[in-house]
Design a protein around this ligand. Structure first.
Ligand code: CA
Length: 464
């Protein structure tokens, strides 16, 4: 079957296994060139499929990203700009696939406050859930389970696959809680980095010298804002300054990476199950995360900002015989594109109110001339939990322009010259023309996407 065969017989439609971690940055995956860990099972999806290097989130925080993925719409239209209750009466990817005859499941972290709708089976964590001996809500019924959350989510996912009706294709969203804060590993992986020193990232000592006040205001710094719960140990009393900061980084990153090791093992279990059950050939498998994360980059943990480490999502996809193995794609794709792409796999038409675009042409190895070259981003949540100023902006292949709308401050990064985003050149006269052009494009995109400041005032004075 070609991906473009939208009229293909229903029996040819692939199964879809969508695996999503929570806060797993691409730069903590070895297929993405991680300097700090190995993820052999996740890497298998990259080796046997396609790896996207420019997949971006439109609002870098858990609940809003999940709503954007389900609806194919930006936060200002899906009703979830911050931690809002998701209105399950609106159309979603799951509802469309279910109506088209897919057997649909949602297992793991849901975090949209209302009950899942559009799923034949669901078994979710309440809220954030916990790592050890978690409660799950199975079809409305709360049950406490013994074990580690990442293993349990994979167990329940394999059970779902075993028990599914065999006369229907399936769509399973397998959503891990890990590696979300407070980064509690299981016993198997807790000490795996005990004897190594994880290198600090190159921007670990960023002093925000050229930046807006937003960077200085944010309370998510490694040296200052990790709590006792995060660190889990008291620092040695003789440490101070850079040595203390390094100790905190090691405590943080080792637990974060140990949580990822369990996710990686369980991705391997699911891949093995697909192989053993004969499902590998006709199943599209995706590995992604709800957003990126700062791994000590810019002295931060957490996400929210439009800077690269937080904006970029890992996105790996395998469909044996249809997507060429071991390919890397630098096309710009967004989390709002996931729903229309998967709907096209299912042979469904894409409703005109969906804002994302199906990237099946990119999966076929095509390079469509009209594919996007710029993306719009908007973040709202303030002041909780880390005092990250609301902002919106545009990222093109070369530039990123960010407007912090509550404090009326701008940042411009020339990503070709400054890929680490250390040097804000907004006020540099050499970039005056670039700023003008980017502002025009920003306002055009904002308008096209119908973002008319439904949830926040703060349009700059020079906006048209
Ligand atoms: Ca998240």
């Amino acid at each position: 079957m070609e991906l473009s065969d939208v009229d293909a017989p229903k029996s040819d439609r692939p199964n879809i296994l969508y695996i999503m971690a929570d806060d797993h940055a691409a730069h903590a995956i070895s297929a993405y060139g991680s300097r700090i860990n190995q993820t052999p099972n996740i890497d298998r999806i990259a080796k046997e499929g396609m790896r996207f290097v420019n997949c971006f989130v439109v609002n870098s925080i858990c609940t809003p990203s999940r709503a954007a993925i389900l609806t194919g719409k930006y936060s200002h239209l899906n009703g979830v700009p911050v931690f809002n209750r998701f209105d399950g009466s609106q159309p979603t990817l799951a509802k469309y696939l279910q109506a088209a005859g897919y057997y649909t499941g949602m297992i793991g972290k849901w975090h949209l406050f209302s009950d899942p709708i559009g799923f034949d089976y669901w078994n979710i964590l309440p809220g954030q859930g916990v790592y050890h001996d978690p409660v799950f809500i199975e079809m409305g019924e709360r049950k406490k389970h013994q074990g580690y959350v990442t293993d349990l989510i994979a167990d329940f996912s394999i059970e779902f696959l075993k028990n599914r009706p065999k006369d229907k294709p399936f769509f399973l969203m397998c959503h891990h809680k890990a590696p979300h804060r407070p980064w509690q590993p299981d016993a198997k992986h807790a000490r795996m980095y005990e004897d190594v020193d994880i290198p600090e990232p190159p921007t670990f000592n960023d002093n925000y010298r050229t930046r807006s006040d937003a960077a200085r205001e944010a309370t998510m710094r490694i040296d200052r804002d990790l709590t006792g719960t995060d660190l889990k140990q008291d620092p040695p009393p003789d440490l101070s300054g850079a040595a203390l900061k390094h100790w905190k980084y090691e405590r943080y990153i080792k637990d974060y990476l140990a949580c990822i090791a369990a996710v990686d093992d369980n991705v391997g279990r699911l891949l093995d199950y697909l192989d053993q059950s004969g499902l590998a050939e006709n199943t599209v498998i995706i590995y992604t995360s709800d957003q990126g994360f700062f791994l000590g980059d810019h002295d931060w943990f957490d996400k929210r900002f439009m800077y690269e480490e937080s904006l970029r999502m890992p996105f790996l996809i395998r469909y044996l015989g249809h997507i060429k193995s071991g390919t890397v794609n630098d096309g710009m794709i967004l989390n709002v594109d996931f729903a229309p792409t998967l709907m096209e796999f299912a042979g469904l038409p894409i409703p005109s109110d969906i804002q994302g675009h199906s990237f099946t042409p990119l999966l076929r190895g095509e390079n469509p001339k009209d594919w996007r070259t710029a993306m719009y981003y908007r973040y709202y949540h303030y002041p909780q939990d880390h005092r990250v100023q609301p902002h919106y902006g545009i990222r093109t292949e070369r530039y990123k322009l960010i407007y912090f709308n509550k404090i009326d401050q701008w940042e411009l990064f020339d990503l070709r010259k400054d890929p680490r985003e250390l040097n804000n050149v907004f006020a540099d006269h050499a970039y005056a023309e670039t700023v003008k052009k980017l502002k025009d494009d920003l306002y055009r995109l904002k308008k096209e996407l119908k973002d008319e400041d439904q949830f926040a005032n703060g349009v700059p004075k020079d906006a048209p």
